[in-house]
Every structure is written in structure tokens, then in C-alpha cells.
Write a protein that binds this ligand. Sequence first.
Ligand code: COA
Length: 183
Amino acid sequence: MKINPVTVTLKNNVTITIRAAIKTDAEDLLEAGWRYLQESPYLISTVNEFNFTKQQEQAWIRSLNESDNSLLLVAIYNNRIIGTLQLSGESRSKIRHNALLGIAVRRQWQEVGLGTALIRTAVGWAKAKGILKNIWLNVHATNGLAIALYKKMGFTEAGYQKNYIRDPGGRQIDNLLMGLFLE
Ligand SMILES: CC(C)(COP(=O)(O)OP(=O)(O)OC[C@H]1O[C@@H](n2cnc3c(N)ncnc32)[C@H](O)[C@@H]1OP(=O)(O)O)[C@@H](O)C(=O)NCCC(=O)NCCS
């Protein structure tokens, strides 16, 4: 097993499970991914660009599960995915101690500690595994809630890319690169 499932009681007193994604999650992962994009302006893909097939999603789950420096976590309530975190590890030998983190939580589950629990679980896995030394993430510089969460979890600012993002309304937004250094 990639990681032992974790049960967490959130601030709303609801207990959820965090576990590694498996092949049969593909359809629900696609549904959750589509919902995250509908609900948040802070993700890079647009809904139209998120058009993967079930087979492509299954292949993506398998590739992350088979990679020893990658992880795909899902948070489950009532058999449905309510949050997702991926660590995409680099494959080339000189940089395989680095992974890029991506995270999203369904809107009605935000601000009750689920993002915190997902990141804590992923960082715990990375430390126990011992391959990853640096975890990186990209965040809209305007995404205050996410930046507050990342700083709380120990991430620090590594640099800004000016006007990197252009939203559908034409507004230019800086990208913030953040890093967490495991040793
Ligand atoms: C960003 C996101 C992953 C955070 O997950 P979450 O489950 O909502 O976060 P948590 O409840 O664990 O923690 C939020 C932290 O942000 C801070 N926070 C909470 N409310 C806040 C607010 N209104 N404004 C600013 N910071 C806030 C606090 O530090 C809080 O931690 P605390 O409750 O221990 O004090 C989630 O809101 C989300 O998916 N948003 C939409 C997609 C997205 O932005 N993804 C990230 C792209 S980089």
C-alpha cells in the first residue's frame, strides 16, 4: 500500500478519510476536478481544458502510484471525493528530490482544516519515504487563504513571476513560487 489511510475529525466535527487514490477513483476524481475548477478562480486550468477521459485519468493515477517520489491523495466523505492533493515528483536523477504540490478542496469543505490535514499527511509521507527533500508549489499571489495555509505549514516564499497569470477577464496576476525544505 502506498500510504496507510488516515481518519481526521475536522473543525466541523465531521470525520473524513484521507487515502491514496486507486484506479476505481478515476470517475469521481474527474467529477471532483471539474467541480474544483467551477468553484475556484485560483486554479490554472480552465473548465474547457479539463477534458480527460476515464482511461487517461486511470493512467495518471497509476503513474503517480508507481512513482516512488509521487503521491496522489484523496479525502473521502460518504464515498465521495471532497479534496485532492498531488505530489508530482521529478524523474531525472539530478532533480528527483523535488516534487510539485497541487491541492484543491470542495468549496463547502474549505476552512475546516482539510487542506491542513492533506498537506500534513503528504509531508509526513515524504519525510518517512526519504526521497523528497524539497516540495514546491505555485499559487496566485492574490490567493490569501492558500498562502496563509502554506506559510502555516512551513512553506516560504521563493520568488514572484510578474504577470504570469492572465485571468479570463484579462487581469494580470503574479505567480508566487513557494518551497518547503524537508532537511
Ligand atoms: C486553498 C485550500 C486548498 C485550503 O484548504 P482549506 O481546507 O480551506 O484550508 P484549512 O482550513 O486547512 O486552513 C486554512 C488556513 O488558512 C488561513 N485562513 C482561514 N481562513 C482564512 C481567510 N478567510 N483568509 C485568510 N486566511 C485564512 C488559516 O491560517 C487557516 O488555518 P487555521 O484554520 O489553522 O488557522 C482550499 O481553500 C481550496 O481548495 N481552495 C480553492 C482551490 C485553491 O485555491 N487551491 C490552491 C491552489 S495553489
